[in-house]
Design a protein around this ligand. Structure first.
Ligand SMILES: *Cc1c(COP(=O)(O)O)cnc(C)c1O
Length: 835
């Protein structure tokens, strides 16, 4: 191992934090006026005086003042008939991981500096009240964050859109640590109200469950009438979503469940107070809590109820709007595009069919044509255990009419398949909506596919694999339906807001045009070797690292050196993401340091963050292992502080915003073929971190753009993974051949990191040797070698900064504005009005 460094570290002066970048104001902002408005909100909306107001009160007052400006534009956009858009996009997603919204709104309205000044005049620090806003975590991870980035981009490039989802009372659990073990605590983002939302109790729709289907004969034809056994009301809550420069405002409409009959008065009068409320509690549980699973569906009835609840409410809402504006459902696909974010809303396909057939009297063929032309579906995973399916008896009981429709869709699809191709039984079984292998289940992926005119994967590799695996036969039948739409991120949040220091340096270097067109970042490339620019960027990175070091010391009491290499892996904890590989490398460095304590080792900090699904034992044990390794390494005097490990609890959007600008190295090390895209990889590269990663998901496309010299690629390719699995991977042999890995696994297995419970990791390591499903042992040596290359480059500050700048310069393509532009053109057939 040669990651040593000469003891002379170059101490860099602590830089000033530059002011946030200024986009050209539209209309200019009167600071005094804004201050007056904030004060008025504090007094009349919050009911507080400036003397007694808490940071939260100031936050709410500021949010109201900002919101008023958004609403002015929102109302104009939505009220006037002549501004009515030709076509709207409806983005259906069970998750929106939006995070805090104050800086989104301020930044997009170009009000950040004015608000800072207005508040300063009142003795209030904007950066303090910013943290008083709860982090809205109505999502688990990448999928939900993508929906949030898309909402920002649709508003920014002027795609008229509604996001539809659920207003969960409790978002994703708060992660705490007890003795290194993950603890889940309920999250309570609404407990002090939400200043961004507008309750619309008057916008409500009945959502049925259960009951039976009746056939009525009308004019010689059969009509089906679903008589639900129970009805829940869906009530709308709207959050305005303002785009860049405030030119367009869309709506995020979240549904909350309300009992149609809130109180059984007769029961109450009989003295049965609990019974009088029981129904209400049961019904309203639908929007009580975000389903806390990631990648693995769980067969809970409540989850299916959530899916139908929000799909049905959203369809009723958009159909009402369409009928008001256009009068006839035949033209639905001309004015409406519905995007299904994963299969969670796929039950909307039979629901739209039911509405067209049973409520509006359409013939099947016409209804189906309208449905397919209206829907499109985004696939997010190929992991077999994550492909959603529901037991037929459950759908039959909860949604009897939908089950009939699904059967008929299936019969017609299979019929058509037989006609089109010489379909054998295996092929028919693979395209069938009903999985007969595991006790008759409805496959939501197949349902979403046949009900959509376009199906997209989220990176080039993922889309290719989709064609070859899950949807191979459906793709053969419908060869033009699958398209690729590589994910993106909104630069407004992940560059401008999260990293104002870097943003202002970039603006000084290449002009403010990059705020409107991320491709302008390319202009940086010829300057990558400019030592003055390198110096400025590395000073700003260091300031971000100092800020992160403070968070680490405040939260973990671990003290890290801001001049060390910050090696970052932040994402959900999942076996396929292979946090374990990173921990094993950490232990390898530790072993080497103990073997040769007096060598001048290069300082490094391993930073982890991420939540594990509450029921995911293996992932939770991985968190415990990271914490156990951290405790031992951080306290070992032979290490002399040159290696530190920090697992920051409660990863969420706000924590990501603090870590990403401070990262030097971005860990994207999933087993090739398993990460659909990743978006964390894009955020980190944009902020100048170099990627160490496998050829998986969007890493492939990041490599194509930044160039082989500016990224550390290692490990088996997706094809090689496939081949290795087919022939069977022998983990024990791999370990036999790697002295470093053997020593690492022995140390963990023998309790070096769990002295109080030496057997803790015995089963874990033995399991890895018996079934290394994610090929950790297969990729270890290559990963280890790639890390050595990282450290070699790190020693050459000029070369490192050159690569870092080359990353920032060349990832403009990963803006979600680009992604949304492609959806608009190829899938939705809408023309963005801006950008
Ligand atoms: C971007 C983001 C993710 C997705 O990260 P990946 O590395 O792509 O899995 C998850 N959670 C949060 C809070 C994020 O900001």
């Amino acid at each position: 191992m040669d990651d040593v460094v000469s003891p002379a570290t170059n101490e860099i002066a602590r830089p000033k934090r530059d002011a946030a970048p200024a986009g050209a104001p539209e209309g200019g902002v009167d600071v005094a006026k804004l201050r007056k408005e904030i004060l008025a909100e504090l007094t009349y909306s919050v009911g507080r005086s400036p003397e007694t107001a808490s940071p939260r009160d100031w936050f709410v007052a500021t949010a109201y003042a900002v919101r008023d400006r958004i609403v002015d534009r929102w109302v104009v956009d939505h009220a006037s008939k002549d501004k009515r858009p030709e076509k709207r996009v409806y983005y259906l997603s069970l998750e929106f991981l939006i995070g805090r919204l104050l800086f989104d709104a301020l930044n997009n309205l170009n009000l950040t500096e004015a608000a800072r000044e207005a508040l300063a005049g009142l003795g209030v620090d904007l950066d303090v009240i910013r943290t008083a806003e709860p982090d809205a975590a109505l999502g688990n991870g990448g999928l939900g964050r993508l929906a949030a980035c898309f909402m920002d981009s649709m508003a920014s490039i002027g795609v008229p859109a509604f996001g539809y989802g659920i207003r969960y009372d409790h978002g994703l659990f708060r992660q705490g640590m007890r003795d290194g073990w993950q603890q889940e605590y309920p999250e309570d983002w609404l407990s002090f109200g939400n200043p961004w939302e507008f309750a619309h109790p008057e916008i409500d729709y009945p959502i049925g469950f259960g009951g039976y289907v009746e056939q009525v004969y009308e004019q010689g034809a059969v009509r089906h009438v679903w008589r639900p056994g129970e009805v829940v009301e869906a009530v709308a809550f709207d959050i305005p979503v303002v785009g860049w420069r405030g030119r367009h405002v869309n709506t995020l409409r979240l549904w909350s469940a309300r009992a149609a009959d809130p109180l059984k008065l007769d029961a109450f009068n009989r003295g049965d107070y609990i019974g009088a409320l029981a129904d209400r509690v049961r019904v309203e549980s639908i929007s009580k809590v975000l389903y806390p699973s990631d990648e693995t569906p769980n067969g809970q009835e409540l989850r299916l109820r959530q899916e139908f609840f929000f799909a049905s409410a959203s369809l009723q809402d958009l159909i009402r709007r369409h009928l008001e504006e256009h009068g006839d459902l035949r033209s639905l696909p001309d004015h409406v595009a519905i995007q299904l974010n994963d299969t969670h809303p796929a039950i909307a396909v039979p629901e739209l069919m039911r509405i067209l057939l049973d409520l509006h009297g359409f013939e099947w063929a016409d209804a189906w044509k309208i449905t397919v032309a209206t829907f499109s579906y985004t696939n997010h995973t190929l992991l077999p255990e994550a492909l959603e399916s529901w037991p037929v008896p459950l759908i039959d009981r909860l949604l009897p009419r939908h089950m009939q429709i699904i059967y008929l869709i299936n019969a017609l699809e299979l019929e058509a398949a037989k006609k089109k191709r010489a379909a054998d039984d295996a092929m028919l079984a693979s395209i069938s909506l009903i999985d007969e292998n595991s006790g008759r289940r409805v496959r939501m992926g197949q349902l979403a596919f046949v009900g959509s005119h376009k199906i997209n994967g989220v990176s080039a590799l993922h889309t290719e694999l989709m064609k070859q695996t899950v949807f191979r036969d459906l793709h053969a039948l419908h060869p033009t339906r699958i398209v690729n739409k590589t994910n993106g991120i909104t630069f407004r949040r992940w560059l401008s807001q999260a990293n104002p220091g870097l943003t202002s340096i970039l603006i000084d270097a290449i002009g403010p045009g990059l705020l409107d067109d991320p491709n302008e970042l390319m202009k940086l490339l010829p300057m990558a070797g400019d030592s003055a620019l390198q110096e400025k960027i590395s000073e700003s990175k260091r300031a971000n690292k100092v800020a992160l070091a403070k968070i680490i010391s405040d939260r973990l009491d671990v003290h890290v050196d801001p001049d060390a290499l910050f090696d970052v892996q932040i994402k959900r904890i999942h076996e396929y993401k292979r946090q374990l590989l990173n921990i094993l490398e950490t232990v390898a460095i530790y072993n080497a340091m103990r073997a040769q304590p007096m060598r001048a080792w290069m300082p490094r900090v391993k930073i982890f963050a991420g939540k594990a699904a509450a029921s995911y034992h293996q992932a939770k044990l991985t968190i415990k292992l990271a914490n156990d390794v951290a405790r031992v390494v951080n306290q070992d005097p032979t290490v002399r502080g040159l290696l530190k490990v920090a697992f920051l609890p409660n990863y969420n959007v706000s924590l990501a915003e603090a870590i990403i600008p401070a990262a030097d190295l971005s860990e994207q090390i999933s087993t090739a073929g398993m990460e659909a895209s990743g978006t964390g990889n894009m955020k980190l590269a944009l902020n100048g971190a170099l990627t160490i990663g496998t050829l998986d998901g969007a890493n492939v496309e990041i490599k194509e753009r930044v160039g082989d010299d500016n990224i550390f690629i290692f490990g088996l390719t997706a094809q090689e993974v496939e081949a290795r699995k087919r022939r069977g991977h022998d983990a024990r042999a791999a370990v036999e051949n790697s002295a470093v890995l053997r020593e690492v696994l022995d140390a963990i297995r023998n309790g070096v990191f769990s002295p109080g419970d030496p057997a803790r990791y015995r089963g874990f390591i033995d399991g890895l040797l018996d079934h290394d499903t994610f090929l950790v042992t297969a990729d270890f040596d290559a990963y280890f070698a790639a890390q050595r290359k990282v450290y070699k480059l790190w020693r050459d500050r000029d070369a490192w900064m050159r690569s870092s700048i080359a990353n920032t310069a060349q990832v403009g393509w990963f803006s979600s504005d680009r992604t949304i532009g492609e959806y608009a053109e190829d899938i939705w057939n809408v023309r963005p009005s801006l950008g």
